[in-house]
Design a protein around this ligand. Structure first.
Ligand code: SF4
Ligand code: SF4
Length: 163
């Protein structure tokens, strides 16, 4: 089930997600060649997730193969990857430490108070992060480090698990 429940009507008018500028960042972890030992929530259906190279408004982009462009719907919904289900919350790295942050480039980030996203970040930590193994967390941090979110707002520092 979606954690944040961004209204589909908002996404249909925005259509910012599921397309990625090249070189691709912020792609679903399961679409990456070196995705490593990730928790199963990041690829629950096991259906292949590829990035299809093309253009959008004149710019080169890659588009997730699970996207149904005409309706702007995900073919894997409601079992799409966790990193898609939690957006605009994102996992990120700040000075070597894992955090949950809010990507303020998503219009939904302005529709709820900061305290609401803070509560969701804590729910995400308690339900998922705290349940993952150290191997899972190490594999995830390698992926977090590949992404940049220049307009992110840090919400919650996650535990330091490395010895
Ligand atoms: S940026 Fe936000 S509103 Fe836009 S498509 Fe993505 S989740 Fe939906
Ligand atoms: S898996 Fe679905 S929600 Fe995630 S990027 Fe692909 S189309 Fe979008």
């Amino acid at each position: 089930m979606p954690l944040l429940d961004v209204p589909h009507t908002l996404c249909q008018s925005c259509r910012q997600c599921c397309h990625f500028f090249l070189p691709p960042e912020m792609t679903p972890f399961a679409s990456r060649e070196e995705s490593g030992h990730l928790p199963p929530e990041f690829h629950p259906t096991k259906e292949p997730i590829a990035l299809l190279v093309g253009t959008r408004e004149g710019f080169p982009v890659s588009t997730c193969s699970r996207l149904e462009e005409s309706s702007f719907s995900c073919r894997s919904w409601p079992e799409h990857p966790l990193d898609c289900r939690i957006y605009p919350l994102v996992f990120t790295i700040e000075q070597g430490e894992p955090f949950i942050a809010l990507d303020t480039t998503c219009p939904y980030a302005a529709e709820k108070p900061a305290s609401w996203f803070q509560e969701k970040a804590m729910e995400l930590r308690d339900r998922y992060w705290n349940a993952w193994t150290i191997e899972h967390k190490k594999a995830l941090c390698q992926q977090f480090a590949l992404d940049t979110f220049p307009e992110r707002r840090l919400l919650l520092r996650l535990d330091t698990f490395l010895p």
